[in-house]
Design a protein around this ligand. Sequence first.
Ligand code: TMP
Ligand code: ASP
Length: 241
Amino acid sequence: MSYTKKDFIYEGKAKQVYTTEDPNLVIVYYKDDATAFNAQKRGTVADKGEMNNKISTLIFNYLIEKGIQTHYIETLNEREQLVKKVDIIPIEMVVRNYVAGSMAQRLGLEEGAKSPVTIFDICYKKDELGDPLINDHHAVLLGAATYDELKLMYAMTDKINAALIDLFMKANLILIDFKIEFGKDSEGNIILADEISPDTCRLWDKDTLKKLDKDRFRRDLGEVSEAYHEVYNRLQQALKK
Ligand code: TMP
Ligand code: ASP
């Protein structure tokens, strides 16, 4: 059966979501739009939608092979994916293997040191509040997740982190940190949702430490589109090995 976009449901900063012929499936359309700092900075990055669709496709297929339950069904064309419809759990799960970004700022640390422990930060997905950093108790207070659901999400995230570190290492990239989101499918299962791409990961070249991710846009470092192409090319090669 082939699926097509029916009604527009939702527009996020980097993607649009449409209904399909099947009420349990939606089509995600990847845009070239880029935002940073809670959408205070806006722009577009040439080919970003296409690259993120392709990169996310490679990564979701790889994680599915590793036994991770995800929303991913299939890639329909250069910008569209068919995925399971989920209710997104309003928590951004951030994993940090190295010191960078907002944690470096918050704790007054320099970027680039390997953390002796894997750091899990959770943020409450609420644009009006700027996605504040919260803890497990806040998540339960907010009704975002139960303690059992959080436990499951942390366990899945740990497994995803280990798998992604390995994958990116084969692409000569250091996975500095990343953000993932989970959703509940129609049967109530918690599954990995959203996307995994240079929009949602910090990826540094292993030899030169060159940033090959959205920090090039956030920090006006130039060669943004080139970085996304580079990550896609390297992942394709890595997955052939
Ligand atoms: P941070 O250092 O700004 O907190 O970001 C941590 C990681 O999460 C980084 O890889 C970028 C990613 N991220 C998102 O995917 N979406 C966001 O809205 C933010 C703030 C970060
Ligand atoms: N995408 C986020 C925003 O625009 C932030 C980021 O990725 O830096 O708010």
